[in-house]
Design a protein around this ligand. Structure first.
Ligand code: SAM
Length: 280
């Protein structure tokens, strides 16, 4: 099918991002949200939930490499990892690049997102059925409140803080993440735009500090399809600081690993090149 149509995401009350469509591949309604997969000229296939860009084939590597590798390499020997959200599978794919990882508990609220990603986004979802991945379809907020499992690294690969994801940005959730981490555990979460959501980033930092994390470091990058194009993650650690990582060890391990964005320079660079107003 060929047509001249555009998809527009209203990103804030006063800002939108439009992309020209090649095709509409999927539109469906799950128990939790509207799910769309569009094929676009500029970004390839795009996953949209509730009218919000989640991930695109073209720029997903920036997001998925930065949510996973800085935390996993800072830990040094991660064996057991929890991924909360991330139904497209991109984070699971990156975590599995670490040979030390023995098990990933992949806790996603919406099983339909996982099924749609498996069908329409194979480059992201390709490792979801790996034998090390234990997919659990449930609410991540409830999961961390109730589980007695302990993890080396937890990735919170969540959407914006609305609807069922709102509680993934609240104090109680961070206290439970702290409880679910081993003594040298590390968590990392996507924490929205440093330009548009500075207050939220500071609120999260406060919650992480109150939860007991000794090192809290924001990192920033550019993700063209997210509001403002300027994005942040926040890493919180009980013991290791990414700025003290042995970069030659990282360089060595990367010889057996394919990454497109992350390398030994990016490891410290993303934290060091974070704007002054966020570090302070
Ligand atoms: N990987 C994406 C990217 O590149 O930006 C991030 C978005 S990922 C698709 C977000 C996922 O979090 C969605 O699939 C959504 O269903 C899931 N989610 C939302 N609230 C959740 C919750 N409370 N517990 C677990 N998963 C949740």
């Amino acid at each position: 099918m060929k047509f001249d149509a555009w998809y527009t995401e209203p990103q804030t009350e006063n800002l939108s991002l439009s992309t020209k469509l090649k095709d509409i591949l999927y539109v469906g309604q799950s128990e939790y949200q509207e799910i769309q997969v569009l094929d676009t000229y500029e970004f390839g296939r795009v996953l949209i939930l509730e009218n919000t860009y989640q991930t695109t084939e073209r720029d997903e590597f920036i997001y998925h490499e930065l949510i996973s590798h800085p935390a996993l390499f800072t830990h040094g020997n991660p064996k057991k990892v929890l991924v909360i959200g991330g139904g497209d599978g991109g984070s699971v794919r990156e975590v599995l690049k670490h040979k030390s990882v023995e098990k990933i508990d992949f806790v996603e609220l919406d099983g339909q997102v996982v099924e749609v990603a498996k069908k329409f986004l194979p480059t992201l979802s390709c490792e979801i059925d790996n034998e090390k991945v234990n997919t659990i379809i449930t609410d991540g907020i409830k999961y961390v409140a109730e589980t007695s499992e302990k993890y080396d690294v937890i990735l919170v690969d969540c959407p914006d803080p609305v609807g069922p994801a709102a509680g993934l940005f609240e104090k109680e959730f961070y206290n439970n993440l702290y409880k679910c981490l081993n003594d040298d555990g590390i968590m990392v979460q996507q924490t929205e735009s440093p330009l548009l959501h500075e207050k939220l980033i500071n609120k999260i930092k406060g919650h992480l500090k109150d939860a007991g994390f000794s090192t809290i470091r924001p990192l920033v990058c550019s993700i063209p399809t997210y509001p403002s194009g300027f994005w942040s993650f926040t890493l919180a650690s009980k013991k290791n600081d990414p700025l003290n990582s042995d970069v030659s060890e990282i360089e060595n391990k990367l010889k057996d690993m394919t990454t497109k964005y992350y390398d030994q320079d990016v490891h410290k660079g993303v934290f060091l090149a974070t704007p002054r107003y966020l570090k302070e």
